[in-house]
Design a protein around this ligand. Structure first.
Ligand SMILES: Cc1ncc(COP(=O)(O)O)c(C=O)c1O
Length: 400
């Protein structure tokens, strides 16, 4: 059958994250690799889903109430006027909303700017649509956006910019100034911004998520994508959406209908309960994730990491390997699985560009990504394993 595969299919292979997950499963390792929670979803939302199943919400379905609630939320959070009848498409998670947004906008040969390091799913959608991904490197250690680098990446073929904030893998929340720079470029080059805001409610300290759509002249050129996955710990329920000007939202909806017809009916019903959660719920997840972030930072500190960038949002910590560690990211992760029974993700899969003045990418093999969206029991078990890693000389047994 292999010879029958399309040229597009042949370009894809299992992601390193999936492969490591399998290895971790085989070794029964504590999983700090994957970006999904290992603790239960909020009980009222689960009850709403069970009740929807009992009440036979079994058929293809569009739950308009989700759009109504999202429109109210966008007004309250960002001051945006969204027409719930025309400007929102419900999809199977952010992943499908993003793919449909790309297929709505990108023609063969169009360039799409992305920030590097980058969540790995975007590139595949862009290339499937015939688009050309162009990476703009964020500068470590603070993952700063250099306006000159951004501006010089635009060409007359640039059609869209992909913006993920809060950011996977770094935990960066793009600042207002950075959003202004991106918005100015989009306006000047008449480009669309396609955002991924799945971590919109997970920000720390005094950080607050802002959507670029709320900046001057941006709502008419932005497709926002997001979902319930991360906010409500229900990544498997597949409820997401795109919010965009009516023509783009309608295009996304048409593509969604061709791909999957509709998001799962009982979970759409339960989404009504999720989106009606009290303010306290959103405050609590921020506090809880911030505590998990702090625990995770302590844990890495105890085995020689000097974390230079404290995550401002999302639930990932992207840490540079200790200076005295000569292992690459992949070697480190393998050793960690073997010697500590803990799995994290090597950073290289998130990098796509060249960073050094000599054209080399100096830091791409020096990072690991740790997901701290895990129960306290999991994090404490990992802390204990990390603790056991230290030898009597106070060095981690992994590499010295
Ligand atoms: C940045 C980012 N966007 C999107 C997703 C997937 O979202 P969904 O479950 O809504 O498809 C993830 C999951 O890890 C992610 O990290």
């Amino acid at each position: 059958m292999e010879e029958k595969l399309s040229s597009v299919a042949k370009t894809f292979s299992p992601s390193p994250i999936q492969e490591l997950s399998h290895l971790a499963q085989r070794c029964n390792a504590i999983n700090l690799a994957e970006g999904f929670p290992d603790f239960p979803a909020p009980p009222p939302i689960k009850e709403a889903a069970v009740s929807a199943i009992h009440n036979d919400f079994n058929q293809y379905r569009h739950v308009q109430g989700i759009c109504d609630k999202l429109a109210l939320k966008m007004k309250k959070m960002h001051g945006l006027n969204i027409d719930p009848l025309t400007d929102i498409a419900i999809c199977c998670g952010q992943t499908e909303a993003f793919a449909a947004a790309i297929f709505s906008i990108i023609d063969k040969g169009d360039e799409v700017l992305l920030f590097d390091p980058c969540y790995e799913t975007y590139e595949g959608c862009i290339t499937m649509a015939g688009g050309i991904p162009v990476y703009v490197q964020l500068d470590p250690p603070q993952w700063t956006l250099d306006p000159d680098k951004l501006m010089s990446s635009f060409t007359c073929r640039t059609k869209a910019v992909v913006l993920n904030s809060p950011h996977n893998p770094t935990g960066k929340v793009f600042s207002r100034e950075e959003l202004e720079v991106i918005a100015e470029c989009c306006r000047r080059w008449d480009c669309v911004a396609i955002t991924d805001e799945v971590y919109e409610y997970i920000t720390f300290d005094d950080q607050k998520h802002e959507t670029i759509a709320s900046l001057r002249g941006m709502q008419e050129r932005t497709i926002i994508t997001s979902s319930l996955s991360k906010t409500f710990s229900i990544t498997g329920w597949r409820i997401g959406w795109a919010i965009a000007p009516a023509a783009a939202a309608s295009a996304v909806r048409n593509i969604h209908v061709k791909l999957t017809d509709s998001a799962p009916a009982p979970f759409q019903e339960a989404a009504l309960t999720a989106l009606s959660s009290p303010t306290k719920y959103f405050e609590t997840i921020r506090i809880e994730y911030q505590l998990k972030r702090d625990l995770c930072m302590k844990l890495l500190d105890s085995v020689g990491f000097q974390i230079q960038f404290k995550p401002q949002g999302s639930f990932f910590l992207f840490a540079e390997l200790p200076k005295d560690c000569m292992l690459s990211d992949v070697e480190y992760v393998k050793e960690l699985i073997k010697k500590a029974g803990v799995v994290v993700v090597p950073g290289r899969g998130f990098f796509h560009g060249k960073s050094g003045s000599d054209g080399s990418c100096r830091h791409e093999k020096r990072y690991i990504r740790v997901a701290f969206c895990k129960s306290d029991a999991t994090l404490n078990a990992a802390a204990q394993k990390f603790g056991e890693l230290m030898n009597t000389r106070g060095c981690p047994k992994l590499y010295c």
